[in-house]
Design a protein around this ligand. Structure first.
Ligand code: MG
Length: 294
């Protein structure tokens, strides 16, 4: 079986931050958002290393074990860079993503408070696990989910890439059906738009690349106090792969990093093409700056 997906992605620095420390990986088989942290340029570099590392992992990330191995490898890359440059000490990055599996399943992974959601039958379910101070308070009952969204410590994460030798990612295999829609996002999205708002926006027939932009624009309209990044992945179909001369080699991923790319200052969307299947070329479309949109 092979899972055919379609995706859209967008990222923006928002209204307040002077740089975009988020980075995005869109396809063809791994999708992720990373939200960097650390002084100076550290956050941008940590998220860029993580995304570039995931994009260049040898072999498919088509099982939970391979996803764990890839995250371990990327963690080492961030740690090595932080140790090599005193200006980058303490940098790290949250990450949330999905890897397309061999069978009718995807592997969801995350560290920190970047999130993965599954939208199915008009219902939005968070399939990642928040590793943050406020999430732990919600879990032990000392804070309500609504209070967590506005808590002053809402951005303090308890797990991330690049912080320690040993990582404890959430890695979970989820069977999929055609019509499933996955949303990956940095906290700049869900701190501005609550779950009900995200669900109603995702319940849409808009082209997927436009929908990714609309979510980012929505977060900016609600304040845009943080960098905001979105990847939407739609499961189109599950197909048996025949034995003929099918070209199933991966296409080039869209890597929206590092931030010295001038195009990253604006809104960037990755628009995949699946025509013909298996050889989907990708093009980057720079859209209008939503902060200047009416
Ligand atoms: Mg953030």
């Amino acid at each position: 079986m092979t899972i055919e997906v379609r995706w859209g992605a967008a990222t923006h620095q928002g209204r307040v931050r002077s740089s975009n420390q988020d980075a995005v990986l869109a396809g063809p088989t791994v999708f992720a958002v990373a939200d960097g942290m650390g002084g100076h340029a550290g956050g941008e570099i940590a998220s860029a290393i993580a995304i570039a590392g995931l994009a260049s992992v040898d072999g498919p990330m088509d099982s939970a074990a391979r996803v764990v191995a890839a995250l371990d490898q990327v963690n080492q890359e961030v740690l090595l860079r932080a140790r090599a440059d005193t200006d980058l000490r303490g940098m790290g990055t949250t990450i949330a993503g999905i890897a397309i599996g061999r069978d009718d399943a995807v592997t969801v992974f995350n560290l920190g408070d970047a999130r993965a959601y599954r939208f199915r039958d008009h219902e939005l379910v968070q399939v990642s696990e928040d590793h943050s101070v406020v999430a732990e308070m919600v879990r032990d009952g000392s804070l309500s989910p609504d209070a967590a969204r506005i808590h002053p410590q809402r951005s303090v994460v308890t797990r991330a890439l690049g912080i320690s030798e040993k990582i404890e990612p959430l890695v979970a295999v989820h069977p999929v059906v055609p019509g499933d829609r996955f949303l990956l996002c940095s906290d700049g999205l869900f701190t501005e738009i609550d779950g009900a708002g995200l669900a109603s926006m995702l319940d849409s027939d808009e082209p997927i690349e436009r929908l990714a932009q609309q979510l980012v624009e929505g977060a900016i309209d609600h304040g845009g106090r943080d960098n905001v990044s979105v990847v939407i992945v739609d499961v189109q179909s599950l197909e048996s792969v025949g034995g003929l001369d099918e070209d199933t080699s991966p296409t080039n991923p869209v890597v929206v990093a590092p931030s010295d790319d001038p195009a990253r200052k604006g809104l960037i969307t990755g628009v995949p093409s699946f025509d013909p299947p298996g050889s989907g070329s990708l093009r980057l479309v720079e859209a209008c700056d939503p902060t200047e949109a009416t």
